[in-house]
Design a protein around this ligand. Structure first.
Ligand code: C5P
Length: 218
């Protein structure tokens, strides 16, 4: 694949609800980078599975991914816990992962010209998708803190779900995401650990910005 030269690439891996999306957005705004939340693609496929039980096949997914538009990923229906669980189930499948890889790598290495580079977040971004990223961050937080944050987000969206259900669901997804055969979540030695358990969004971004500015000579 042809790669645009001289761009800034940021790769972030993290367990669910650790704050990676928030930080990725802040990074993209601050450095004018194209942002792709790769979890949304798996959620999109997870929802396709829930809604098209009979039609669902690799070819069906391929067609849908080939014609995907970024606005589809903004759909609020992708934010439910049911869709998240379905996403983590289909994400185990190597063939499904291969279908989305091309799209994700195109976003990472050939972002639209108006951007100076890209930032992707997910589970296998550093380990598989953008192995040569200029910046590699592993963002994490304690499970109970992540569950509390996700529960509060669901409350704002008026989702009927209890804290305990959110906690259990995240725990199950963590287990599946960390132990699956392909694209498992793990921290590489060369990625920078950012633990957001006790950090505010602002404090967390300050840390990341200091690291990036230093390397970019700002
Ligand atoms: O990040 P988010 O919680 O939206 O991701 C939903 C699910 O999609 C994850 O639990 C994971 O199983 C899957 N996923 C993945 N690889 C990525 C991003 C997400 O397998 N790069």
């Amino acid at each position: 694949m042809k790669k645009r030269k001289g761009i800034i690439t940021v790769a972030i891996d993290s367990p669910a609800a650790a704050g990676a999306g928030t930080q990725a957005k802040l990074i993209s705004e601050n450095y004018n980078l194209f942002y792709l939340d790769t979890g949304k693609i798996y959620r999109y496929i997870g929802k396709l599975k829930l809604n098209n039980k009979e039609k669902f096949s690799y070819n069906f997914v391929k067609k849908k991914i080939n014609s995907i538009k970024l606005v589809y990923l903004k759909n609020k229906s992708l934010l439910s816990d049911e869709v998240a669980l379905s996403a983590s189930k289909i994400a185990i499948d190597r063939n499904i992962r291969n279908i989305v890889h091309k799209f994700q790598q195109k976003c990472a290495y050939n972002p639209p010209k108006r951007f100076r580079g890209s930032v992707l977040d997910g589970r296998d971004i550093i380990t598989v998708q953008v192995k040569d990223a200029m910046f590699k961050f592993y963002i994490t937080a304690k499970l109970n803190v992540r569950a509390k944050r996700r529960f509060e987000e669901y409350q704002k969206l008026n989702k009927k779900i209890t804290y305990n259900e959110v906690y259990k669901s995240l725990k199950n997804r963590d287990k599946s995401d960390r132990n699956r055969k392909y694209g498992a979540l793990k921290k590489t030695k060369d990625s920078i650990l950012i633990n957001t358990t006790k950090l505010s969004k602002k404090a967390c971004f300050k840390k990341i910005k200091a690291i990036m500015d230093k390397k970019l000579n700002y």
